[in-house]
Design a protein around this ligand. Sequence first.
Ligand SMILES: NC(=O)c1ccc[n+]([C@@H]2O[C@H](COP(=O)([O-])OP(=O)(O)OC[C@H]3O[C@@H](n4cnc5c(N)ncnc54)[C@H](O)[C@@H]3O)[C@@H](O)[C@H]2O)c1
Length: 272
Amino acid sequence: MILKNKKGLILGALDENSIAWKVAEQAKKEGAEIVLSNTAMAIRMGNIDELGKKINSPVIAADATSVDELNDLWKSTLNHFGSGVDFVLHSVGMSPNVRKRIPYQELDYNFLNKTLDVSAISLHKLLQTAWELNAINDEGSVIALSYIAAQRTFSGYNDMAEAKALLESIVRSFGYHYGRRNKVRINSISQAPTNTTAGSSIEGFGDLYTFSEKLSPLGNPDAQACAEYCISLFSDMTRGVTMQNLFHDGGYSSMGMSEDLMQEIEKCLMKK
Ligand SMILES: NC(=O)c1ccc[n+]([C@@H]2O[C@H](COP(=O)([O-])OP(=O)(O)OC[C@H]3O[C@@H](n4cnc5c(N)ncnc54)[C@H](O)[C@@H]3O)[C@@H](O)[C@H]2O)c1
């Protein structure tokens, strides 16, 4: 049990498909105690209470864009554990432009601000509120979830690409400060396309999933595999890793073309 005696805060479990859900279950299996959080609306609409019962964790409502609510979340978490936490998962993302299928060339800027606030600046708010309350123990580990659209253009990913680029930058910048003060490490995991509520809201998700699957030598690692990778980063085995964007994508990010994908393209060309 590599997380024995560790305590963690996990944001973003909505239903059993959520990456955060799998991380919470896996962290529990590895001996950790957990506090779960999501928005009040998500708690009402999703099944997070069921997860809370299953892993014996309190569920605390907080909108990750509200500094006041994050402050309260940290205070309740500190109170629950009687100490700081050893690990944090930020598994939060949402774009109103994506939800409303607004094309990238016609972005609604109020929605863009919302996308950036929910999907990226919320990480800064979460860390700044933790910093002020000294809520993360020395040598703690923080993970945020990203996607390769931060580095390369994926036409359907819309303004979430900007959000992920900003998120990865916050990982590096706060990683510096938290590393110096408390040896807290902060990394992002750039996850392969995964069938979740957030994932499937991206335009052309099904085709994107198949494309990645055919290009990557290992195929798309699923949410459970991502959870297991998170556990390794929460554990003491990775004490020296910080300020990194770590690809968990079956090799996709290093590929140019694969035989499998070539065969698919040939099949399509033959049909024409
Ligand atoms: N699914 C994929 O293909 C994929 C790939 C790479 C990265 N990611 C990232 O993984 C993370 C988790 O997404 P997921 O795929 O598990 O989908 P998901 O829909 O299960 O999780 C997204 C979560 O964000 C929460 N959220 C939205 N607005 C919030 C707010 N204001 N405050 C607090 N929480 C809020 C939602 O309630 C939900 O629980 C996201 O950052 C997503 O961008 C997903």
